[in-house]
Write a protein that binds this ligand. Structure first.
Ligand code: URP
Ligand code: ZN
Ligand code: ZN
Length: 463
């Protein structure tokens, strides 16, 4: 006996089709018009969109950062993701300086074990190639474990930042293996000088986090890392959290030259801005201290355009939540000590559907592509994830395009005491969410078992 999702509009990156979807066990058995209901549990999807479960390719769960730990662990972060229609996350294992990557892998597997509510994969954030670069061999070991993407930070000196030599050596190895390097692109060294100068001048409030990280610092780093990838043998590169027109243009230029460069942006850069969200009295702006920072509003239209034109392929959240009351306040009197990051894992699908599809900025099919299919392809999970098709995992969202919802901290599942999208009214929300065939969300409530999520081994193939 299976589950028959009947008469919904099945959406993929290529088309929207009226069809039935038969789930047997953990997989999709058939997608076809008028499948016989005999012997199956029927879920009426009339008027619903049937979407592949969302994939959030950039999250920071249970991550030590900025003198504290991100506020959502694997249980609470993945529960919130599921409620919002996301059925897979790719989180970051952070290599500690002086320790091998294998150790970080074990640490992050232990964080997720028994807690994850949906399937999860890991990028390995590389901070140290080890004595005589011995840990470069860890890259091969990670790929063998199903970690086919790595992360480097060109920002956060003395914490996570790596130098160009490390980037180059890492990319020589990943180019050989076909693995992907995700890049936080900002010129961390120059930014650090500007930050120290601002503090010395007595400019210590949260707004100065944004004012000390100019768009040029982001664009320069994108340009540099693309050049390094070319010198390293055309390594595959994915630029994370593209926040402004300048760095998006660097991605566009690289792609126009045929390089293996892809990129993402996030709802905060598409929908929030310096003008609309910063400049409040007191310490309130600390809620919006994340990196890259909020940009001028004029960047939003080019970012939407880039999503529509496939200059950028993915929308992920960079979910890195900190509570305002006791975590953001670590930076009272010194903006450089405010933990960088914001919550968002729960609202990505709602926000991009409403402000993308309903607003006519992107098509329904493109919405599915940027929230599910493209990350599945780029990160080596397609067609197991990212599509509603026979043989794929039954990760399916019944999406009600007319459901109205207002985002508030009071009603969210994320463990923060604020939302950066407080009061945003959206139309379109997840009604039911299936993860490997199991209904885990019904009417906004998580009904699955905590710890049911599985580690996803990923292939190096993609792009
Ligand atoms: O502010 C942010 N984005 N915090 C998380 C770490 C990062 O840079 O992605
Ligand atoms: Zn980053
Ligand atoms: Zn991040």
């Amino acid at each position: 006996m299976g589950t028959l999702i009947r008469a919904g509009k099945v959406v993929s990156a290529a088309a929207t089709t009226l069809a039935d979807v038969l789930i047997e066990g953990e997989t999709i058995a058939r997608v076809a018009p008028a499948i016989s209901a005999a012997g199956h549990t029927v879920v009426d999807a009339a008027g619903m969109l049937v979407l592949p479960g969302g994939i959030d390719a950039h999250t920071h769960l249970d991550m030590p950062f900025g003198g504290t730990v991100s506020a959502d662990d694997y249980e609470w972060g993945t529960r919130a993701a599921a409620i919002g229609g996301t059925t897979t996350v790719i989180d970051f294992a952070l290599q500690s300086m002086g320790h091998p990557m294998t150790e970080a892998f074990n640490t992050w597997c232990a964080k997720a074990e028994g807690k994850a509510c949906i399937d999860y994969a890991l990028h390995m954030a590389v901070t140290d190639l080890g004595p005589n670069d011995a840990w470069l061999d860890d890259v091969d070991a990670m790929v063998a474990e199903g970690i086919s993407s790595f992360k480097i930070f060109m920002a956060y000196p003395n914490v996570l930042m790596v130098n160009d030599a490390t980037i180059f050596k890492l990319m020589q190895r990943t180019a050989r293996l076909g693995a992907l390097v995700c890049v936080h692109a900002e010129n961390g060294t120059v930014i650090d000088v500007v930050v120290q100068q601002a503090l010395a001048a007595g400019n210590s409030g949260p707004l100065y986090h944004a004012l000390t990280r100019p768009v040029e610092a982001e664009a320069e780093a994108v340009h540099r890392v693309v050049a390094i990838s070319e010198m390293a043998g055309h390594a595959r590169v994915y630029i994370v959290h593209v926040s402004c027109e300048e760095s998006m243009s660097e991605v566009a230029a690289a792609r126009a030259r045929g390089l293996h460069v892809t990129g993402e942006t996030c709802p905060q850069y598409l929908l929030l801005s310096l003008e609309d969200n910063m400049g409040k009295p007191g310490f309130e702006d600390a809620k919006f201290v994340f990196t890259p920072p909020l940009r001028e509003k004029k960047n939003q239209a080019p970012l939407w355009q880039a999503l529509g034109d496939n200059v950028l392929q993915v929308v992920s959240t960079d979910h890195c939540p900190f509570r305002f009351a006791d975590q953001k306040t670590l930076g009272l009197g010194n903006f450089a000590k405010i933990p960088n990051g914001a919550p968002g894992i729960e609202n990505r699908m709602q926000l991009i559907f409403h402000h993308g599809v309903n607003a006519g900025r992107i098509s329904l099919e493109r919405f599915v592509e940027v929230t599910a299919e493209a990350p599945a392809r780029i990160f080596g999970m397609f067609p197991k994830k990212g599509v509603v098709a026979a043989g794929s995992d039954a990760d399916i969202v019944l999406w009600d395009p007319s459901a109205k919802y207002t985002i508030t901290a009071a009603s969210q599942s994320m463990h923060t005491d604020y939302s950066i999208f407080e009061g945003f009214a959206v139309k379109g929300n997840a009604r039911q969410v299936f993860s490997r065939g199991e209904c885990i969300v019904d009417g906004g409530k998580f009904i699955g078992r905590v710890g049911r999520g599985q580690f996803l081994r990923r292939e190096v193939a993609g792009q």
